[in-house]
Design a protein around this ligand. Structure first.
Ligand SMILES: Cc1cc2nc3c(=O)[nH]c(=O)nc-3n(C[C@H](O)[C@H](O)[C@H](O)COP(=O)(O)O)c2cc1C
Length: 88
């Protein structure tokens, strides 16, 4: 895959450490990573920024977003559409 959607819950304002382990465990060189989180109320904050150190420097990160429990499939589809990703 060239584009990876990286989803995680916010725990104490950050991504759970297992997400760092995931990023350290595979080669994401040259990949595009689109982070998103779920949470009770917190925004994505610095969580995505703080994951970058666990990943290849050559990965391209999109700005992330946060979804709450009331998000609809249409909301998610609209977000993906607006990203205008370099894919067919
Ligand atoms: C240990 C822990 C810490 C959490 N910290 C936060 C937090 O700082 N801010 C927040 O809005 N939600 C927090 N939550 C709520 C989770 O983000 C929420 O449960 C999750 O996004 C929903 O996914 P889940 O169904 O996998 O739990 C926390 C949940 C847990 C279990």
């Amino acid at each position: 895959y060239d584009v990876i959607f990286l989803g995680y819950p916010i725990w104490n304002g950050q991504a759970p450490r297992i997400i760092n382990t995931f990023l350290e465990s595979y080669d994401f060189s040259g990949k595009t990573i689109v982070p998103f989180c779920t949470s009770g109320s917190s925004g994505i904050g610095s969580s995505a920024e703080n994951l970058k150190g666990s990943c290849s420097d050559s990965a391209v990160w999109y700005d992330g977003t946060r979804f709450g429990s009331a998000v609809s499939a249409e909301d998610v589809a609209g977000w993906i559409h607006e990203l205008d990703l370099p894919i067919r």
